[in-house]
Design a protein around this ligand. Structure first.
Ligand code: HEC
Length: 115
């Protein structure tokens, strides 16, 4: 292999690595949509619409534009999404979080900032 080719191959591998470990590109709104939170919740203040319009049994999923008016810690949101803490005595209506810890923290920080 010529040196030039080796350099190109190296650059390609580096590019792939950046893409595959690219959690640094993820932000609250993109994670919210990637995890289908917007199936049930709108966040109208952030321009996010609810995508399903059927009736939801029981308590309706709230719009989260100002969800943290009360000023909870972001760790509360992380715990709620993991089913470690409950809201009004009930776990979140969606299954426990299965994504990465760093994505969970990013999402929880964003939610905590919605005041
Ligand atoms: C299947 C529908 C559904 C999905 C999907 C869903 N939620 Fe919910 N969520 C609800 C419902 C219903 C409530 C209110 C009832 C409850 O759980 O106490 C709720 C409550 C919440 C609350 C608490 C609101 C409050 O009043 O403090 C937050 C925060 C939240 N969801 C975030 C999320 C995030 C983030 C995701 C995606 C990871 C998500 N939800 C996905 C149905 C859903």
């Amino acid at each position: 292999m010529k040196a030039w080719n080796r350099l190109l191959a190296g650059a390609a591998v580096l590019g792939m690595t950046v893409l595959m470990t690219g959690t640094s590109f993820a932000n609250g709104p993109s994670l919210f949509k990637a995890n289908h939170c917007n199936m049930c919740h709108s966040v109208s203040a952030a321009g996010i619409e609810r995508t399903s319009h059927g009736h939801f049994p029981g308590k309706q999923p709230p719009d989260l534009s100002h969800v943290n008016r009360a000023g909870k810690a972001s760790s509360w949101y992380a715990g709620f999404l993991q089913h470690k803490v409950k809201l009004d005595g009930r776990p979140h209506r969606r299954g426990p979080w299965t994504g990465s810890q760093s994505d969970l923290n990013t999402l929880a920080n964003w939610l905590a900032g919605l005041k």
